[in-house]
Design a protein around this ligand. Sequence first.
Ligand code: TXA
Ligand code: MG
Length: 346
Amino acid sequence: MKTIISKIDMNNIDLEELKKQAKLLREGKTVIFPTETVYGLGANALDESAVKKIYEAKGRPSDNPLIVHIYDKSEVYDLAKDVSEKAEVIMDKFWPGPITIILNKKDIVPKTTSGGLDTVAIRMPSHKIAREIIKEAGVPIAAPSANISGRPSPTKANHVYEEMNGRVSGIVLGGDSNFGLESTVLDLTVDIPMILRPGSITKEDLEKVINEVTIDPSLSKKEDNKKAKAPGMKYTHYAPNADVYIVSGDEDKVIDRINNMTEDNSKNNIKTGVMCISKNKKQYIGEVIALGDSLEEVGSNLFDVLREMDKRNVDIIYSEAFPTEGVGQAIMNRLLKSAGYKVIEV
Ligand code: TXA
Ligand code: MG
């Protein structure tokens, strides 16, 4: 497939160029565009044959539902029913922004979009390019992360170009995503709202505006993962080619253990990558890539570093563990999945 590529400067958006891409969406074709979380692979959410093209381009299982992206809050009432007071509060406080809400769907949303479920996931992104495209398309846009199923989500223009050129009708290249982790997914069809996928809007942030919020308990353990309520959380995910291990415990011991394993690996011709907080970078041997200083930086760099490790052809990756408060919850969720839940406690 010939892909139409548009390079857009965030500080000087070329609206004519975006209109070309929006036209593709209106014609039932697929277009990749940047959002504040990760790049999305969009198509008309209300057109089943368009939505099928998303599943094809990603190689995604068809029981894994898609998020419907809207331009304006008023569209929610066309797509969903039983919109509760709590849902109103969440939308007013956090939209546009990196949170997706699950509501009971109306018939207008095809089952192909909802993965066969009676609920629908809706998000209003804040990214300027995403907003313009959705507005110009004039229809709600179903958009999963724009990666081949199972791979880390794309957070930079070169990620989508390298992986998806030729697989979709259009690609809008628009710089780096701001957050680098996918949106928080919050189920609002239950009495006590439940986080099905942690993101940069945290449990703590949500509890400030709606009293009680729980986190899907099946996310923390490998054995329970197949019970995850967001179908997408069950699959192997965020996986680079290398085998990933998280090494957790007292900092000095973690550094010693990783360096010992790296030395043993190199004796056996196994190339080792290490992911760590910036301040520890100099203490490690091997292919060391710093993830950043703060949890926010680690979140925004994680997927890029996993892809960079692939480019460096490492066989094994050891990652430091991170505290699970705030955005750390989302970081550890993605890291655990990319590691297939393999944690070495020291
Ligand atoms: O930040 C994001 O959310 C990005 C950007 C492009 O907006 N999109 C994204 O989509 O991450 P995707 O398809 O990669 O992840 C959607 C997640 C999956 O885990 C899926 O199972 C879950 O949301 N989900 C979607 N609809 C659902 C529903 N009705 N009930 C439960 N989980 C749902
Ligand atoms: Mg995804």
